[in-house]
Design a protein around this ligand. Structure first.
Ligand SMILES: [Zn+2]
Length: 509
């Protein structure tokens, strides 16, 4: 029996007899290996590792053992909205689904929604989420509820509060002129200025200066550059450097976001990337979610500065945003992760879906075949996500010294019979059905497809009790947005008629 640094018996788990996938190539052959995890870290990997006295054993014979996947762009705030919406352009969808449109939520609902989202991620073999959560209006107790939820269910979370200091209406082309003044108060975007509480000061006092936590760590989430003043960007960069934090923001998700840059940032040639370069935010700490409407020269700047991208294939398609320039991003050597984005628009927290859609989008974005994309999708879902989170040598891979975040998959499921290429079958054939066990930080959180850390039935019942109030509020939001539709369509049409220097949506022309 080993002891840990506190003098307590170490927590040990042996994952025995599985076929372990360690490479990311389509030709990678899973090896039959045992994995010993001690106090959350992989300490031994070998053809035969004996179980230490007192260790738990997870039988993995007949299973494919993969690193837990990393959902690098996720928002826990709308997990109750899955299945509520059809395709809607991004700017309408924001009015239908995002927290500033809704009455304040209860602590109880916030905790339950975080838990049900975490549970969905875990069941799909995701062991780390980057949760860019909007808590509006901000209440410190609500942030505590989010942290509590991740710790109780046992999912690794890099939480980044989403914040902004400019009103949404001033950041979307044509809205101020098209909407009658009396409606301006009802228009918002992903995050709105929050006058009552200084979220960054609270984050610093309550969490960043505190003792490190086992599963919850922190990132910074400036909502989108056009929603943040230069002073807020400066403060974000300073805080990130002080506490060694990654930064996540949304960039050029829609054509309207590209047009806004052209209209507002003339001093930077209409480029948000040039603005961020000038403000010192570009670099390996920064992750740009979406990056659909990047210009070629902007891709070059991202490559030079080592800035990362997070691609969200399903939301980009469902919200009619367009197809990101994946070939150009790959050819420039930019590191990228993959995300499942909001439950109100994607709607599943499922990296298998994200990986497959990624390959499909890439295939259709240029007529010539190649290069292979399944290996790039798998890399993005694991090691690319680790890089996005600044944890290259910590998560997303099965190796001694990495954390014990491991998923087992049923090799006797028809999906893997016969086993031709583990990576291709994970990307093109697996749906999530094959996920059997999910280990996070050496703890078996899902065992035999069953949540072990809390009573799943009680969680399900709690969410079902809370859902009617959420749906009643959603109905009010939906009816209000329906009345705005003529103005929204007018702004949308004008946006599509404006020249932004490129096109990322298939229009049949
Ligand atoms: Zn997002």
């Amino acid at each position: 029996m080993h002891e840990n640094h506190s003098g307590l018996p170490a927590r040990e788990l042996l994952i025995r007899g599985g076929h372990v996938l360690r490479g990311t190539s389509v030709d990678s052959q899973p090896e039959r290996l045992d994995i010993l995890i001690r106090d959350g870290v992989i300490v031994e990997l070998g053809a035969r590792v004996d179980a230490p006295d007192g260790a738990d054993v997870l039988e993995a014979t007949g299973k494919l053992v993969i690193p837990g996947m990393i959902n690098s762009h996720y928002h826990s705030h709308d997990t109750l909205a899955k299945g509520t919406l059809e395709e809607e352009p991004l700017e309408y969808w924001r009015l239908l689904a995002l927290p500033p449109q809704f009455p304040p939520r209860s602590r109880d609902e916030i905790k339950a929604r975080t838990l049900i989202g975490a549970y969905e991620n875990l069941r799909a073999g995701i062991t780390t989420v980057q949760d860019m959560v909007t808590l509006f209006p901000f209440d410190p107790d609500h942030l505590d509820a989010v942290v509590e939820a991740y710790e109780e269910i046992g999912l690794r979370a890099v939480v980044g509060l989403q914040y902004a200091d400019k009103k949404g209406i001033t950041t979307i082309p044509y809205w101020e002129e098209i909407f009658p003044a009396e409606l301006h108060g009802s228009l918002s975007t992903a995050a709105e200025p929050d006058a009552k509480v200084d979220q960054l000061a609270h984050l610093e006092d309550a969490y960043l200066t505190g003792a490190p936590r086992e599963l919850v760590t922190w990132a910074l989430g400036p909502s989108a550059p056009e929603r943040c003043s230069p002073a807020l960007v400066e403060r974000t960069v300073a805080l990130a450097e002080k506490y060694d934090l990654q930064i996540f923001t949304h960039i050029y998700e829609s054509r309207a976001m590209a047009l806004q840059a052209r209209l507002e940032y003339t001093q930077y040639g209409g480029s948000l990337i040039r603005r961020l370069a000038d403000e010192g935010m570009l670099g390996p700490r920064l992750n740009l979610a979406h990056s659909v409407w990047l210009l070629d020269e902007e891709i070059g700047i991202l490559a030079e500065t080592g800035t990362n991208v997070v691609i969200n294939p399903l939301s980009n398609v469902k919200l009619k945003s367009g197809i990101p320039p994946i070939h150009a991003i790959e050819e420039a050597g930019i590191s990228f992760g993959l995300g499942c984005d909001n439950s109100s628009c994607s709607d599943a927290q499922n990296m298998f879906q994200a990986m497959k859609m990624f390959t499909a989008m890439t295939a259709i974005s240029r007529p010539d075949p190649g290069p292979t994309q399944a290996d790039r999708a798998w890399h993005a879902a694991t090691r690319g996500g680790a890089h996005a989170l600044g944890r290259d040598n910590g998560i997303g891979h099965i190796e001694v010294g990495f954390v014990g975040d491991v998923v087992t998959i049923d090799l006797s499921d028809p999906t893997f019979v016969p086993l031709n290429s583990a990576v291709r079958q994970l990307v093109y054939a697996e749906s999530g059905r094959g996920v059997i066990d999910v280990v996070v930080n050496g703890r078996t959180v899902i065992k035999d497809r069953t949540l072990t850390t809390m009573d799943p039935q009680a969680l399900i019942e709690r969410v079902r009790e809370l859902a009617p109030q959420y749906l009643a509020d959603f109905e009010v939001v939906r009816q209000r947005t329906e009345k705005l539709r003529p103005y929204l369509l007018e702004a949308h049409r004008r946006t599509w008629n404006a020249d932004v220097g490129l096109n990322r949506l298939f229009t049949g022309e």
